[in-house]
Ligand binder design. Structure first.
Ligand code: F6R
Length: 248
């Protein structure tokens, strides 16, 4: 389940190759996408491959995991902006191919119900990319979220607001709430790849390895998924016991 790579670039190489292969063999692939620092080198390498190898991206569809409530799409820290900057624009993925939850909708309950429904109506996610929070969240499903959850509004934990404060000018600007795919939306994906890089993820990765499947550690739900890969770099693997390590 855990594959260990020397550094984030090696993960980016491997994962972008996997994604490129998938898209070539099925040009209508439905991608579930994550934002965050972990994804940046992966999207950068994927964009290079798409451009170099002329991969046809015109028929894929994408669904993002989450969005901050209260940030309009044009806000520099919205996940809409992140995706446009790091992937969509350079990869030639058009606005009509992408779906993100709206953090600015007037009827938030309707937005939640219809987001999960849109994923189902599209045929479900072929592959979902995930990062992991230092508290074990996936998407913005914070510890304690029901494994049966669909898209919902979540109050961000102080831990997550502090972690994400680095992207904002000051801590007060970090939104308090987000809209996120639920854990069931995520685990309904046919295949999942969770990525963790850096020494700040070593503790949660060791906890994930040792943990039972427990709603207090949202990522532990992935242990029961039939097609889960966890790609980590040496730094994030530092606290894993030797028997957990499959070096790539
Ligand atoms: C982002 C998301 C989050 C991040 C996680 C790790 O769309 O859903 O779960 O993947 O917070 O973030 P980074 O990669 O910035 O450490």
């Amino acid at each position: 389940m855990f594959s260990i790579f020397p550094n984030p670039q090696a993960i980016a190489e491997n994962l972008s190759t996997l994604l490129a292969k998938k898209i070539r063999s099925n040009p209508t692939t439905i991608l579930g996408l994550a934002t965050g620092s972990t994804m940046e080198p992966i999207y950068a390498r994927l964009v290079q491959k798409i451009q170099q190898d002329n991969i046809d991206m015109s028929q894929i569809k994408t669904f993002n995991l989450d969005e901050y409530i209260g940030l309009p799409p044009e806000h520099p820290q919205s996940y809409y902006q992140f995706m446009h900057q790091h992937l969509f624009q350079a990869a030639g993925i058009r606005p009509e191919q992408v779906t993100l939850p709206s953090g600015m909708c007037t009827d938030i309950e309707e937005e939640c119900v219809s987001y999960s429904e849109k994923i189902r109506a599209a045929g479900g996610l072929d592959i979902q990319l995930l990062g992991i929070g230092t508290n074990g969240h996936i998407g913005f499903n914070e510890p304690g979220t029901s494994f049966d959850s669909l898209t919902h509004v979540i109050q961000l934990s102080e831990n997550t607001r502090l972690d994400n404060g680095r992207f904002f000018e000051n801590q007060d600007e970090v939104p308090t709430h987000a809209i996120t795919m639920g854990i069931q939306d995520i685990t309904n994906a046919k295949e999942i790849v969770l990525v963790a890089t850096g020494s700040h993820k070593a503790e949660i990765i060791a906890q994930l390895y040792a943990s039972d499947i427990d709603e207090q550690l949202p990522a532990s739900v992935l242990k029961q998924h039939p097609r889960i890969n966890i790609f980590i770099d040496d730094a994030a693997a530092a606290l894993l016991p030797v028997q957990a390590k499959k070096i790539v």
